[in-house]
Design a protein around this ligand. Structure first.
Ligand SMILES: *[C@@H]1O[C@H](CO)[C@@H](O)[C@H](O)[C@H]1NC(C)=O
Ligand SMILES: *[C@@H]1O[C@H](CO)[C@@H](O)[C@H](O)[C@H]1NC(C)=O
Length: 256
């Protein structure tokens, strides 16, 4: 696990801007690059590799045709040993064209940062994009996680931690409720807010939609263990994996 100091500075700058700029609506909805990881164990495609070009392009074309309506896609292309799995998940408030624009930033960002890698993942505020040679459908990836937090603390740390955790648990229960479906797909996402002392806390939790509710719940259980490391008394924090994530802030950061 790692903390990303560069991004922490970005968050601090955003937080400061929120204080001094009266109209913050555009700032709430940032789509910052957060983090990426190139998996060098999975190897690299050779230059001009026909399989790479063919299957990656087929996968990207399949993504284009699904309109990003669900904000999620899992695409498998190619034949062994050149299988390509592409997964994308947009944040719960980001679908259609908003999801598509995040994914296109992610695709080019990943190509630049992990050129020719067969396995790689990239996180933005509003989406996650992953390529792999291994099928990870409905499997929790315990190896890729990181956290970001606002360097500033709240005053009433104990109460704040307790109530923020309770809000996250409440959202988790909602997200993993097996009756919480749209069509035949689990929602696996919940957002909400709560008054804690003099502050409003805004929060969300989300799993990737390849998971079933029980797997999603197990994933949340895992990332919540990092709450104290990430978020102890912090004014904002998030823990992100490739299978699930949570975030809370003292300002609204989602579309209504
Ligand atoms: C942005 O934040 C401001 C105040 O912090 C809030 O009034 C506004 O509703 C937010 N906008 C969105 C789109 O979340
Ligand atoms: C990288 O890929 C290998 C399999 O090729 C996998 O076992 C390992 O978990 C991956 N590492 C990360 C950090 O995802």
């Amino acid at each position: 696990m790692l903390s990303i100091f560069g991004s922490v500075h970005i968050l601090a700058v955003v937080a400061i801007q929120l204080l001094i700029i009266p109209s913050v609506s555009s700032l709430n909805l940032t789509n910052a690059y957060l983090h990426h990881k190139c998996n060098n164990t999975e190897g690299k495609y050779s230059y001009g590799s026909a399989a790479f070009e063919k299957y990656i392009n087929l996968a990207l074309r399949a993504m284009d045709s699904d309109n990003f309506l669900n904000g999620f896609g899992f695409i498998e292309r190619g034949e062994d040993p050149n299988k390509v799995f592409v997964m994308y998940q947009c944040r719960g408030d980001s679908y259609g064209s908003k999801c598509q624009s995040c994914i296109s930033a992610a695709v080019s960002g990943l190509r630049r940062r992990c050129p020719r890698n067969k396995g790689a993942v990239i996180w933005y505020d509003q989406c996650l994009f992953e390529i792999s040679t291994i099928n990870s459908f409905n499997k929790i990836d315990y190896e890729n996680d990181f956290y970001l937090s606002n360097p500033k603390n709240v005053n009433d740390k104990e109460l704040f931690n307790k109530e923020t955790s309770a809000l996250l648990v409440e959202l988790t229960n909602k997200a993993t409720d097996k009756n919480n479906m749209v069509g035949n797909q689990f929602v696996l996402y919940a957002a909400g807010e709560k008054r804690i002392g003099t502050k409003n806390v805004y929060a969300m939790v989300q799993c990737t939609k390849d998971l079933v509710t029980t797997t999603c719940a197990a994933c949340f259980e895992w990332i919540f263990k990092m709450f104290s490391k990430c978020c102890d008394g912090k004014r904002g924090g998030r823990v992100l994996g490739t299978s699930c994530n949570f975030r809370y802030e003292l300002y609204p950061f989602l579309r209504n």
